[in-house]
Design a binder for this molecule. Structure first.
Ligand code: MN
Length: 209
């Protein structure tokens, strides 16, 4: 996400209907073209009047929030976080297929959680525990240790010095059209469209791409 002002909404790396029947095309279109686009438009509108911060990357705006003028700290936090979290979410999905978690990520996950199924159970519990809007994440700390965390609203793991490997958007806009209020069914469907090859690759490099 090597972007700075003016930020752009990158196209989805697949067709809107690529995740059918697990995540529907209309949800993907609204989620990408309207929800993410709104965060992009808002952040550009805020920074338009602050040229001295226009060279900051998305990550820079999130990590160095406290160095921004106080009147834009919260709106920059929310909108830069919204862009970061959504681009990350969309980039870790792909059409349902046979790809699976490979080494070294599978070994890491087995050592921490016991098995992939145990990891998925723990991830589901975390995602279900988010009260209101937010995300569940698989993250790696500075020592290479894996953990599952949740964040509220558009907070990010970057602020906690954690590298994200995978996230699940559990804001209702991510699933309400198809799954109504059934977040658990949405989580089950989402497992089918996670790009496990990409998660494995992030485990290997120790950094999210
Ligand atoms: Mn969302």
């Amino acid at each position: 996400m090597n972007q700075h002002y003016p930020f752009v909404n990158p196209p989805l790396p697949y067709a809107y209907d690529a995740l059918e029947p697990y995540i529907d095309a209309k949800t993907m279109m609204l989620h990408h073209d309207r929800h993410l686009q709104t965060y992009v438009d808002n952040l550009n509108r805020i920074l338009k009047n602050y040229p001295e911060y226009q060279s900051f990357s998305l990550e820079g705006l999130i990590l160095y929030q406290s160095s921004l003028p106080s009147e834009i700290q919260i709106p920059v936090h929310n909108n830069a976080g919204g862009i970061y979290n959504h681009i990350f979410f969309f980039s870790n999905l792909k059409a349902p297929g046979s790809q699976k978690l490979s080494l070294p990520c599978s070994a890491y996950i087995n050592s921490v959680f016991g098995s992939l199924d145990a990891f998925l159970d723990a991830f589901r519990k975390a995602a279900l525990s988010v009260f209101g809007s937010g995300y569940a994440w698989l993250v790696m700390d500075a020592t290479g240790r894996l953990n599952i965390i949740t964040t509220a609203n558009q907070d990010t793991p970057l602020q906690l010095n954690l590298r994200p490997l995978l996230n699940l958007d559990v804001w209702e806009h991510a699933y309400y059209l198809k799954h109504y209020n059934n977040r658990d069914d949405y989580i089950t469907d989402w497992f089918h469209v996670v790009d496990w090859d990409r998660v494995s690759s992030s485990c290997y490099t120790g950094r999210a791409r």
